[in-house]
Design a protein. Sequence first.
Length: 394
Amino acid sequence: MKRFGWILIILLAATPAWCAKKITVAELEQLLTSLHDQKKADSEAANALKQVELSEALSRSKMNSFVSLVAGPLSTEQIYVLEAHSALLPPPAADLPSNPAPDAGAQKAMLDKAADYVSKTYSQLPSLTATKTTVRFQDNVEAAAPSSGMQGGAKDISVGSSFTSAFQAIHYINSVESTVSSQHGAEQLPAEKDKTPWGANKMIIVTDPVPSLTTVFPEAMESGTLKFLRWQTVNGKTAAVFNFDVSKKKAHFPVDVCCFPDVSSAGKANFSSAAIGGLTGGGGGAAGNFQTATSWHPYKGSVPYHGEIFIDPDTGVVVRMNTIADLKPTEVVHQVDTRIDYLPMSVDGKTLVLPANAYMNTEVVPNGDSGSAGKYSVRRTLFTSEYKNYQASK
């Protein structure tokens, strides 16, 4: 065990910060065990974790089993980053049920049950409100202080020293709590306009709420691409996983990310008439203001997408949904991948299956120059959200 850990640490030390090493969940556990056995400091363990990415999903139960191996808050932070970053990946093969694939008739029966559930139960959910707590992890920006313009209270932490600048690693930024409303199971846009200077504050916001099951499932069915992929254990029960692919012609999948600079106006000098007169009149030099002007605008579009639907084979209840926007590399938004987990919730004495957790992985070009011939930088942001305290809207 220790020998493996030393080899892995040597490999990690030789890996550039921008090229993380892919490891399995089992290898992550071996790495944590080795770091623990060597009594590595929290900052050293966190630095090692910053240099890896998972090739499999890290479940919350597996995370909890690492508690005795994690050195402190910096390492714990990076474990949460690994969980969020791997949220849409399949679990380790050893964790998958060994059930044989259902035949065509059984697959159709499950999809029919799911279609009936979405149209007759989920889409008939009452208007609700919930408390939504969203944690942001991001690279290339420092933790946001409460005065940064972010809505809600920020709980800042110190990332500490790193194998490279801590600024470049994905780390905790802040936690924001808000009240959200939903109608017929679909989360709604907030009523009040957000005045946060997104983009200018080196952060983004995905303006549209998380994808709605009432939109995605019918489009996946209509696409004719729903196919059984695998069995997977979700919430302690075996679920049937179907993948799908919705073309642009059939998709009503909005992507609205704010905000990006208008490259055509960035860096332009603004002169007053007095300044121009000073330059052309030959007298004394420019007068007036000299500054650069940059306008910020959102990226908006309806895009094709693909994903996975997780169905309880007995009831047709959808217990998880993954959606992956198919974005072009020439766009300023490269990635918007979302996972939503649905759980039974008690609302006014009734049990309703509702969104409980959401994960969103994004990658954008913050300077708005993805289509340029030269090099461009990207920014990765991971969001994890938890929904609680559902109540019927008054």
